[in-house]
Ligand binder design. Sequence first.
Ligand SMILES: *Cc1c(COP(=O)(O)O)cnc(C)c1O
Length: 355
Amino acid sequence: MSNKLTQLARKSVQELTPYQSARRIGGTGDVWLNANEAPDSGHYSLDCSRLNRYPEFQPEAVINGYANYAGVKPEQVITTRGADEAIELLIRTFCEPGVDSILINPPTYGMYEISAETCGVNTIKQALDANFDPDFDAIKARLDTVKLVFLCAPNNPTGNLIDTDKLTDLLIAAKDKAIIVCDEAYIEFCPEASQVSLLQDFDNFVILRTLSKAFALASLRCGFALASETVIGLLSKVIAPYPVPDPVAQIASQALTEAGIAVMQGRVTQLNGMRSAFIDELNQLQGVEKVFPATGNYVLAQFNDSQKVFSLLGEQGIVLRDFSSKERLENCIRITLGNATEMNITLNALKSVLS
Ligand SMILES: *Cc1c(COP(=O)(O)O)cnc(C)c1O
C-alpha cells in the first residue's frame, strides 16, 4: 500500500487501532462463546415487494413496538444500526472534534473510546472503583470538562450494575452541562435493573438498547437510543437519511410483537438458569481465582493461568474472549452463555484443563 496515500487519511485515522471485534479476531472451532451472541436464531418472514422503494426514515412499527416494550413514548425512541451506531451518533451530535471530551469508566465496552477517536474527540478515563462500580464522586468532579458520560450496566465485561440513587445524583449534577448515557445492551437479563424510569425526569439522560443480545438478532444490526424528545430531535438531524433497511425493519417489528417478546423472555429464563449453574461449577474448580458478579449472558472469570485455559480450550474448538491484556483484568476470560450442549462441552474442557 502506498505510504503517501495512507497519509491522505486523517491523522487520527492513521493512528487508529480498530475495535478488535470477536469477528475480526476470528478463531476456529464449533463452540462460539466469544461475542455474547444468543445460542439460537429465530424464524421470520420477509415481504420483498417494496424493495424498490426507499425505506421509512424511522419505521413506525419498529419505533412503536420498541416504545411499547420499553415503556416510553414513541417520540423518545430512535432506531440505529446497532447500539454501536447510537454511540457514534451521540458523539457526532454532542462533541466538537478537537475540542470536546467523553468520559468512560474502564474496564468497560471498547467502542466508546474507538468511536470518539474516529470522530477526533478526546476520551477521559475515570477508572471503575475497587468493586468495579462507577466512581460517581470522581465523575461529578469532571462534569465541567466532558460532554458525554458513558456508563454501562450490566457492564461489559464485569457485570456490574448501577445504583439508581447515585445515578440520579449524577443526572442532577450534570443538568445543562453533560449528557449521561447508560448502555443497557444486556438489560433483558435483569430487567428490574433498568434505569428507564429516570427518562421521565431528566432530559439529559440517554439509554442505549439493542436487539443483538437477548433478542438473538446480532446479525440484524438494530439498536435504539431512548431519550428526551429534545435529544432524539438532535440525533435525528445527524443520522443518515435512510438509516434502517426495510428488511431490518420487517424482522425487528416481528421480534417486538407480544409473541416475539415472549420468545426472548423464554430465552432469558433459560440462559439465566444456566448461568447460575455454570457459576456454581466454576467456583468449585481449582485454578479459578474469581468469578465476577454475572448479570448478562456472559461470565467473566479470573484464572490462575488464563493463557493456558484460553489456548487449550481454543485447541478444542471452544472460542472464548480473552481480556487478560486489559488493565485490572489480568488472567480474565469472558465466557458467553451458549446452549446446554455448548456449556457442557466448555465445562468438561475446563475441568480437564484445570485438573
Ligand atoms: C454488544 C454491545 C453493544 C453493541 O450492540 P449492537 O447493537 O450489536 O451494536 C453495545 N454495548 C455493549 C455494552 C455491548 O456489549
